[in-house]
Design a protein around this ligand. Structure first.
Ligand SMILES: Cc1cc2nc3c(=O)[nH]c(=O)nc-3n(C[C@H](O)[C@H](O)[C@H](O)COP(=O)(O)OP(=O)(O)OC[C@H]3O[C@@H](n4cnc5c(N)ncnc54)[C@H](O)[C@@H]3O)c2cc1C
Length: 236
């Protein structure tokens, strides 16, 4: 095992949550390492919708107003309305009071990890946290690298290894598994879309096949998907 100096914080998972936490700690002068098991750019099943709340957060935390997000190439599309379908029947189509924005996770997540690195965070990609020792306060990767830190931040997504390392008294495993669902996502080229008129400026939701299905409109096409959530549904 290769040892490393102790950090103030080790962050497991370099999605938006991990990169943001790492960036803020780095900016505050802490010694931080971020472990991400994949390499950037990497995709993530997601509609890529940035709500007004998210956009305000990005401005506050990263000083990224909408214009700056555009300049960074992080916004593909601005949505001004939405439509709801049951099967092929449109039952609702409305304008939104405020626009929503769409990003691509491979670019967005890469950018945020870059911001963490700029804040002095050591960003290690291809570094999968495999073993977490809470008594010794260490994280060991599948390559055998060991990181010791005063604080461990688990931001490793829906199948979190960090969460699984916690005792059953803290994590209700049964409830966690009940809540897991699956999602299928595919890209639909613009020319193959049937409802191209409505989807140029709207997100569309339908309950075809008795499962919530969405179509979201990034530039040049759409991503569509279908989810089946657990009993108590939540987004992963
Ligand atoms: C179908 C679907 C559509 C969605 N659409 C939207 C949307 O339009 N807008 C929106 O705001 N949210 C949406 N969400 C929710 C959004 O995707 C999540 O809230 C968000 O990704 C959570 O961010 P995170 O940083 O916590 O985790 P994640 O983005 O999941 O990042 C976790 C990271 O941890 C890494 N990792 C995992 N295990 C390890 C390990 N052992 N060691 C090291 N690294 C590890 C992963 O590679 C990943 O990079 C959607 C979710 C789903 C499932």
């Amino acid at each position: 095992m290769k040892g490393r100096p102790e950090y103030d914080a080790v962050v497991v998972g370099g999605g938006p949550a991990g990169s943001t936490a790492a960036c803020l700690l780095g900016e505050a002068g802490h010694r931080v390492v971020l472990l991400e098991k994949r390499t950037y750019p990497r995709d993530k099943v997601c509609g890529g919708c940035l709500s007004q709340k998210t956009v305000r957060f990005l401005d506050r935390v990263f000083s990224l107003p909408v214009d700056a997000l555009r300049q960074e190439g992080l916004l593909d599309f601005t949505g001004t309305g939405y439509a709801l379908y049951i099967g092929s029947r449109r039952i609702l189509a409305e304008d939104l009071a405020e626009p929503v924005y769409f990003t691509r996770r491979e670019r967005y997540d890469t950018y945020l990890a870059g911001r963490a690195a700029q804040a002095g965070v050591e960003v290690h990609t291809g570094a999968e946290a495999a073993e977490i020792d809470h008594a010794r306060r260490t994280v060991t990767t599948s390559d055998g690298d060991r990181y010791a830190a005063r604080v461990l931040i688990g931001a490793d997504g829906v199948h979190s290894r960090v969460r699984r390392s916690l005792p059953e008294s803290v994590v209700d495993m049964k409830r966690w598994h009940e809540n897991l669902g699956w999602t299928l996502e595919l890209s639909i080229p613009a020319k193959r879309r049937k409802r191209s008129q409505t989807m140029t400026d709207r997100s569309a939701w339908t309950t075809a096949s008795r499962r919530p299905t969405w179509s979201l409109p990034p530039a040049g096409g759409a991503t569509g998907g279908s989810s089946r959530t657990g009993r108590r549904s939540s987004w992963g």
